[in-house]
Design a protein. Structure first.
Length: 95
């Protein structure tokens, strides 16, 4: 099995289907900021990335305070129909 991924092809396919990427940091904070910024840059080369700054307010092990994370979740209602919602971390901590 070939583990090589053609990221240009993946980006092209995603760009045909989605108008933007909405990054969600609804639970865990980003631990490797440099890797996160590289991923945002790679996504941003294909289409607009929204929400990349949402990991800059960590509270303990979470991406932000409970109220802020709930506000981000509520704000998803305003996303364009063709937005790709992409979780930055897992979903623990959201009830």
């Amino acid at each position: 099995m070939n583990a090589s991924v053609n990221w240009n092809l993946v980006a092209h396919m995603l760009a045909q289907r989605f108008s933007q990427v909405e990054l969600l940091a609804l639970s865990g904070r980003v631990h490797d900021e440099a890797a996160y910024q590289r991923a945002v840059a790679r996504l941003g080369s294909a289409f607009p990335v929204v929400g990349a700054e949402r990991t800059a307010q960590p509270v303990h092990r979470f991406a932000a305070a409970d109220g802020q994370r709930q506000a981000w979740l509520d704000g998803l209602q305003a996303c364009p129909e063709r937005a790709l919602l992409l979780g930055v971390r897992g979903g623990y901590g959201m009830t």
